[in-house]
Design a protein around this ligand. Sequence first.
Ligand code: ACO
Ligand code: KIV
Length: 524
Amino acid sequence: MTMTSDKDRVVIFDTTLRDGEQSPGATMTHNEKLEIAGLLDDMGVDIIEAGFPIASEGDFNAVSEIAKNATNSRICGLARAKTGDIDRCWEAIRHAEKNRIHTFIGTSPLHRAIPNLTMDEMADVIHKSVTHARNLCDNVQWSPMDATRTEWDYLCRVIEIAIKAGASTINIPDTVGYTAPVESAELIKRLIETVPGADEVIFATHCHNDLGMATANSLAAVAGGARQIECTINGLGERAGNTALEEVVMALKVRNDIMPWSTGIDTRKIMHISRRVAAVSGFAVQFNKAIVGKNAFAHESGIHQDGMLKNAETFEIMRPSDVGLSGTSLPLGKHSGRAALRDKLQQFGFEVGDNQLRDVFVRFKELADRKKEVFDDDIIALMRSGEDAENDHLQIVSMKVVCGTGGPAEATIEMEIDGQDVSATASGDGPVDATFKAIREIHPNTARLQLYQVQAVTEGTDAQATVSVRLEEDGMIATGESANTDTVVASAKAYVNALNRLIIRRGKVGEGADTREISYKDVT
Ligand SMILES: CC(=O)SCCNC(=O)CCNC(=O)[C@H](O)C(C)(C)COP(=O)(O)OP(=O)(O)OC[C@H]1O[C@@H](n2cnc3c(N)ncnc32)[C@H](O)[C@@H]1OP(=O)(O)O
Ligand SMILES: CC(C)C(=O)C(=O)O
């Protein structure tokens, strides 16, 4: 058993509802915020930054209600270095069992220029604002916004002022995602070594992902001595986003050997909250997003699928169940191999021998070359359309259909009949009618079309259509089915499948049952 002391514990501060909501277009409704806050509370987030109460009535109401409902998490509100902001924030969070005022001001030269304050004037504002917050709430966090572009001496000076005024958490924001891991670790380490009183407070890291380094910078800051990570679900946040909660939490769990710090997060709740945040914010998660992306536990290529079927550790460093997924997914596609195909067929109850597998695999690859993704239904349709294929009397070699406005459709079909190539061209009322007429020219018959049915079995414009055809001849019924991304091709194959079965039936009715001469047209 691993023993964890307080100094090894990393506090998770989630700001999905504040910085996350600042993403253009990510605004959440009151009830959605309450729902997400409930999920954060339930998954073990230590501190929820629920909003910026001065920003609007809506924000104030949401923060207030979240504060009243919280059961485990500490509820925090953001406030500028202004008495009015801080008072409003306190009003919203005061009913929480555990609360925090987070007040901030931009300390870098660029940000000092905005309110046009000298270094001394800003130092005074910081002293007054933190003191005011501390008089209201016994848990105050202070942030020098744009800390990573603030002069070293000034940064040390203002942090010391905030600590002396009563802040118990000092957050070091990399507001514009400018820092890099080595620098991030070094900055926190030097601040803790240099600033008087630093060892009595918790240092936090708040990173943005403008250069794609937010997760790395946050973990480096922890290595440097920070013990609070500010983050959001799915990495939602201003511009390129904030540090993703799921990434830092899982990194600390999976690589605890080199990053021996723990969090209180129940990681099995990650996937659910990720999906809910994506749904309510309208920000879909990119497919290849670490931990929560659709492909994070999916393997399409044959070598990987084969490895996964033999030992999941070959290509996965964490178990899907660790993040709340029921399992790995092995979607079939053009890069898949026989091992995964056989496994998928077995799941559907198809036990195939090596020869049949070889045959299905060839047709599967043909399909995968035409389709982006091969769905389960595609595989079932593929198996159905392949039944009896070896005994087929009539086989389509190629077909070309021209249709559109301004004239009847025309179909040219080339078929192989007992090793002989034959072709015919026919026109008809639409592409399917022309196709069936061309087939009838090649293989004349009196079979009546009883049923023609098209069904899209998979999604999208490249969906496979399954076509069913039922023929009746002298009281004998034969059905054929085929699936293809091209509905007309599926129709032709289904029709030919039905004819093939009819031919077999004719043979079975009795010797000489099929007395009609089958005339084939030679290829010209
Ligand atoms: C890096 C971050 O994420 S910081 C948080 C950013 N989040 C937000 O801004 C979302 C919520 N904000 C809002 O709803 C609005 O900006 C409000 C209500 C806070 C303020 O609205 P307005 O009064 O209309 O001001 P506006 O947004 O145009 O400008 C911000 C003002 O705050 C001042 N300001 C900015 N940061 C601070 C600070 N930490 N302390 C004191 N004043 C500040 C600016 O100098 C500017 O002042 P001015 O109006 O005297 O020029
Ligand atoms: C308010 C602060 C912490 C912030 O969001 C930032 O600097 O990015």
